[in-house]
Design a protein around this ligand. Structure first.
Ligand code: ATP
Ligand code: MG
Ligand code: MG
Ligand code: MG
Length: 480
């Protein structure tokens, strides 16, 4: 089943159950605490918080999401994209737990011929919050799920809040057992690649108070209106239904991956499915990142040194770097971005209409990065000529700091000459720099430093570390 059909069936299922279909909001979040929309509920937050009155009590959407927090997982797990689409159904003071569970179960287990996803009910597991006897009872008595496949988990996994006082509540997640070839037996606690989480049902029913830690806060009462917020990963469902190994192999990304393999002369997936061979990981990273860049630029983000534009810059450069490490040194994006457009434009026609603008932003960034790499390469070649054995950490650091030259590329190029790099020393220098930047930021925050010198440090230390932006993409609006 193609991704577009998975999406169509989802919306049809909920429309038939009284939900208003709401189009996706753009990726740049209107919410000032977030860089990007990272869950289907984000555009509905004012309704959940009671700040605005919704024009409907039931809604369904397929929301474009970007989660920068997941970037290091991309290509290594079977299930994390930086961009993905979250199918969601929402109730604002209307139905609650029982219907939410029923609606989800019915869609995933209804036969294909009846508009469902036809999943094997015997392979579905559900998690519930440790103290949520009600949800556990519904799974057991209403759905008939055997007790062995209902797992109780703690607050960190199965209790949701926005990270601040306000609505909160237990959640219940659905997992599909993909079978022994995907990992260890024992349910989602044992192996999350084998037992793939595909849907999260959040039951907002409590008011939480001020807390002392992430999962440490008191429940201070019941909410006057109880809400439902669910999120089903569209690509994850598509991967299950298409019988592919992972998210990057579904119809909307596989063609990018194949084109990258063709360009680099690599044979993708030549090894066992769960083997995370570096070439396969890189091909998956390319497929993911090229699509993410397309979607971000499509929604108006342009490469920059800070904020959203910086995230885009990192994503584009990581894609180019991965291609370079796979052995492709020519401009890669002109070969790859049109493939991404062709897979995504059927669902998002504006990508085709706007492609010239999108392409010029992406190709311009690749050109700039290539120029950086050329400059860095000259310095690196010189340093390598003078190196016997191991390239000093200080040189690797200068390359990174001054030219934005990625360490793995330095290692790769050195290796081509039979040399290695003092990577631990490089990491130590990076840590030291990070500590300095943090101290400066703290000084700035407490008002003890004037902005001039702080700015100078920033300029000197080049592009800010990726991590600096992750603080803006916290669990405060990500679902549990
Ligand atoms: P995981 O535990 O696998 O990281 P999650 O618990 O962080 O997922 P939720 O915040 O519950 O995910 O989001 C709801 C749904 O969105 C998930 O059940 C999953 O299907 C999907 N999803 C979450 N993160 C990603 C991602 N990075 N790429 C693709 N789909 C995702
Ligand atoms: Mg996650
Ligand atoms: Mg999870
Ligand atoms: Mg979840």
């Amino acid at each position: 089943m193609r991704t577009a059909e998975v999406k169509r069936r989802f919306l049809a299922h909920f429309e038939a159950r009284g939900h208003t279909v709401v189009p996706s909001a753009p990726l740049p979040a209107a919410d000032p605490t977030l860089l990007f929309v990272n869950a289907g509920m984000v555009p509905f937050k004012p309704y959940m918080l009671g700040q605005e009155t919704p024009p409907y009590t039931r809604a369904a959407s397929v929301q474009k999401c970007v989660r920068t927090l997941d970037i290091d997982e991309v290509g290594k797990t079977t299930r994390h994209g930086t961009f993905f689409q979250m199918n969601g159904n929402f109730s604002f003071g209307d139905y609650f737990k029982e219907e939410a569970i029923r609606f989800a179960w019915d869609l995933v287990t209804a036969p294909l011929s009846e508009g469902g996803y036809g999943l094997d009910a015997d392979r579905i597991w559900a998690s519930v919050y440790r103290e949520d006897d009600e949800a556990a009872g519904l799974w057991r008595d209403v759905i008939g799920l055997p007790a062995e496949r209902i797992v109780r988990r703690g607050k960190a996994d199965n209790f949701w809040s926005m990270g601040v006082p306000g609505p909160s509540g237990p959640c219940s997640e659905l997992f599909y057992d993909r079978g022994p070839e995907f990992g260890r037996e024992g349910g989602p606690e044992a192996d999350e690649d084998r037992y793939m989480e595909f849907w999260n049902l959040v039951f907002m029913q409590y008011e939480r108070g001020e807390g002392t830690g992430k999962d440490d806060y008191p429940i201070v009462g019941e909410l006057p209106a109880r809400n439902i917020d669910t999120g089903m990963g569209l690509e994850r469902m598509a991967a299950l239904l298409q019988g592919v190994d992972n998210l990057y192999e579904v119809d909307e990304t596989r063609p990018i991956l194949d084109r990258a393999a063709e360009l680099t002369g690599k044979v993708y997936g030549a090894r066992a499915a769960m083997d995370r061979h570096p070439d396969d990981v890189r091909l998956r990273v390319v497929a993911d990142h090229v699509r993410t860049a397309l979607m971000l630029i499509g929604d108006g983000v342009t490469p920059a040194n800070e904020g959203r534009g910086y995230v885009l810059r990192r994503i584009l450069r990581r894609a180019v770097r991965a291609m370079r490490l796979l052995g492709f040194a020519d401009p890669a994006l002109p070969e790859l971005l049109p493939v991404a457009r062709d897979t995504m434009a059927p669902s998002y026609p504006e990508l085709a209409a706007d492609f010239e603008r999108i392409a010029s932003a992406a190709y311009g960034e690749e050109d700039a990065f290539r120029a950086t790499l050329r400059q860095g390469s000259a310095l690196l070649d010189e340093a390598l000529d003078a190196t016997r054995g191991s390239l000093p950490a200080s040189t690797a650091f200068r390359l990174h700091d001054t030219y934005g030259f990625p360490i793995d590329l330095t290692v790769e190029i050195a290796a081509e000459r039979g040399l290695d790099v003092d990577v631990p020393g490089f990491r130590a220098l990076m840590d030291e720099q990070r500590r300095r930047a943090k101290a400066d930021a703290q000084a700035k925050k407490s008002g003890h430093a004037d902005v001039g010198p702080f700015r100078a440090v920033l300029d000197e230390s080049g592009p800010t570390e990726w991590l600096a932006y992750e603080t803006l993409d916290t669990e405060s609006t990500v679902q549990a």
